[in-house]
Design a protein around this ligand. Structure first.
Ligand SMILES: NC(=O)c1ccc[n+]([C@@H]2O[C@H](COP(=O)([O-])OP(=O)(O)OC[C@H]3O[C@@H](n4cnc5c(N)ncnc54)[C@H](O)[C@@H]3O)[C@@H](O)[C@H]2O)c1
Length: 355
């Protein structure tokens, strides 16, 4: 704001307007005492101007390109809050965050942030739970239908001028196995209820009766993998769930089964998945997330014809982005207004009395 003002008007002109020096005007004092929020999430506020307006009421807001390493550490030292997309914030980065008080994760998964390190430094981490659950659930079901009917292939052929028709399979009558019965997993079950499918689910942290109430039959992980025609992943990434689907578990899947992954790339051992797809040990996979993102051009998954690949966009709807934008903005407003934010990942941070 100050820089913008300085660019627009000369100091003589400012003196004329305010009658005194720029640094001493109440307007500038107000501006300089406001918290500084840096937005690194590319999609933040693009579809919801309202969220930016909320922020601009109480803070100086700047947008920066997606950053990492030294660049990221430099901005962490100069802002009070950051609105973060999928950029990684590790312990070393956070040690440079001398001024940072709050990280607002523009999304649901917080596996890109070292939350323990943030908590130790007294930095609050917020996120936007459930904001995009319906979008991701719809996307997972879209991928199921697409991979069963070869829609993506037919469309690709037609664009090239070829009238190629593919015989697919119905979703009706199939067994869909949901791994992770949280916000997204249970929405997938609910939305699938009209498709005449058998729904089974595995989640060791959800009671069997709650899985049943959510419209699915609770089963063990091995049972799920052995009996599903479609396996869909909705687990959050943690050291315990990393490579949950490893080589041995992938081998349990039926030869004509499909895997849908809209959770996190590292839930699956990608190398083992590639080998299993190449050998046609499973029929195919639809993947929105990868162990390394953006997907590298030399990733062998790109050579396969039995995959659908998308660039981590299951949550990219106007509705979900609007909810995410507003949840971050309102929580930052609460925080800088002296209240506790609503969607805190690390409530322990308040116990330490640092904030
Ligand atoms: N592709 C996208 O754009 C996108 C968008 C939003 C969320 N996500 C991802 O989707 C996933 C699910 O999100 P959510 O909002 O439903 O999270 P959630 O926390 O509501 O649900 C996750 C569920 O996984 C369960 N779980 C934990 N460990 C497990 C294990 N070992 N086996 C089986 N289940 C286990 C938990 O009990 C919980 O019920 C997360 O990985 C999130 O990062 C992806």
């Amino acid at each position: 704001m100050r820089r913008r003002l300085e660019r627009c008007v000369t100091s003589a002109c400012i003196r004329e307007i305010y009658g005194k020096d720029l640094r001493t005007t109440p307007q500038m004092e107000f501006c300089m005492n406001r918290p500084k929020i840096i937005i690194t999430s590319k999609s933040y506020g693009v579809y919801c101007r309202e969220a930016l307006k909320v922020l601009e009421e109480f803070a100086n807001v700047e947008r920066r390109a997606v950053l990492e390493g030294e660049e990221m550490r430099a901005i962490l030292g100069e802002c009070d809050a950051i609105i973060l997309g999928n950029e990684k914030l590790n312990r070393e980065d956070l040690s440079a965050a001398k001024r940072l008080k709050i990280i607002a994760r523009h999304g649901v998964g917080v596996d890109n942030i070292d939350v323990a390190a943030a908590t130790e430094r007294g930095i609050v981490v917020t996120y936007t739970p459930q904001s995009n659950a319906d979008s991701v659930a719809e996307y997972a079901i879209m991928l199921m239908l697409d991979i069963l009917r070869n829609f993506h292939k037919a469309s690709g052929e037609l664009v090239k001028g070829r009238w190629a028709r593919f015989v697919g399979a119905e979703l009706m009558g199939k067994t869909v196995g949901i791994i992770g019965f949280g916000s997204i997993g249970r929405r997938v079950a609910r939305k699938l209820s009209g498709f005449d499918v058998k729904i089974i689910a595995y989640d060791p942290f959800v009671r069997g009766e709650d899985i049943k109430a959510g419209g699915a039959l609770p089963v063990t992980l091995d049972e799920l993998l052995m009996s599903s025609d479609i396996v869909t992943l909705h687990v959050s990434l943690s050291p315990e769930t990393r490579h949950l689907l490893n080589r041995e578990r992938l081998k349990l899947m039926k030869k004509d089964a499909f895997l849908i992954n809209t959770s996190r790339g590292s839930i699956v051992d990608e190398k083992a998945l590639y080998e299993s797809l190449k050998a046609k040990d499973i029929a195919g996979a639809a993947l929105d997330v990868f162990e390394q993102e953006p997907l590298q051009r030399d990733n062998p998954l790109l050579e396969l014809e039995n995959v659908i690949l998308s660039p981590h966009m299951a949550n990219f709807t106007i509705e979900a982005l609007t909810r995410m934008d507003m949840m971050n903005a309102e929580d930052l407003k609460r925080f800088f207004g002296g209240q506790r934010p609503l969607y805190v990942v690390n409530p322990k941070v308040f116990e330490y009395g640092k904030c």
